[in-house]
Design a protein around this ligand. Sequence first.
Ligand code: NAP
Length: 309
Amino acid sequence: MELHDVAIVGSGPAGLTAAIYCARANLKPVVVEGLLAGGQLMNTTEVENFPGFPEGVQGPELMDRFRKQAERFGTIFVPGDVVAADFSSRPFAIRTDERELRARAVIVATGASPRTLGVEGEREYAGRGVSYCATCDGFFFRDREIVVVGGGDSALEEALFLSRYGSRVSVIHRRDGFRASKIMAERALRSPKIEVVWDSVVEGVAGDGRKVTEIRVRNVKTGEISTRPCSGFFVAIGHVPNTAAFRSVLPTDAGGYLEVRGGSSFTSVDGVFAAGDVHDHTYRQAITAAGAGCRAAIDCERWLEAQGG
Ligand code: NAP
């Protein structure tokens, strides 16, 4: 059985920043990378708001730099996803499909994933017209019909961004009012490129076998079903925290996000810390996740020291 001082679960900006700090504190952290090593930024193109990159940087390149920096100070990486954890006694145990690790402290930084609609054709056409990231894929739909599903800030932000590309952007929302902030709603409603389809849900995505060509929409008030031409189908209905492996061992809120004590990185289990989108549903930025990773590492280092080195 491998025994480590610190196991960090997740390798996005939060996990890798925690690794850099823990490694520089001589804790030789082990990072369990997760299925999408590098996290959500691996699905992004240009990142323009990460400080220190005045010309912007590609998401995967940024994460490669995080990783190299963590490696330089002695971080150990193991592939795979954590499937179970036992925090009932110390050292803690975490298990991937391939191995079991033991650690005196754990930092959970598993992030969040875009919520899927779960309709017919969505999975089949993922990456071939169906997308969860406008900044990643908007470019492919220049002068095409684009549809965005959702009524929150994310959906409208995506719709506004996509209006630079599409011939038309239809926002399909299941109610007759946006959840988004007033300013975003006003901006979207003012855009000549954006059409809002109220009280409607998408029931299916169809294509020609290679790419999306149309969607099927149902009006929830009248029951009327219609089809709508569509090349780019963007789902922006929120995120789901990646906490499945921890639900039975750490408290989560109603949305499944890990609960932390008083805005710190401490969870309710002494020696287990949380960082990044796995507990933050408000800011959800690479830079805030990185900051949270730093805080968790410092909290973890001090906690370990208090336990007797
Ligand atoms: P959100 O606020 O939870 O909104 C999700 C939207 O998707 C809601 O309109 C919801 O409809 C709809 N929805 C959820 N499940 C659905 C389903 N199965 N089918 C159809 N529609 C569904 O999530 P978000 O927009 O990702 O925002 C998350 C947080 O980040 C918010 O606090 C937001 O303010 C913040 N944020 C801020 C900015 C910004 O300030 N620039 C940008 C992005 C996000 P209902 O309204 O009917 O529930």
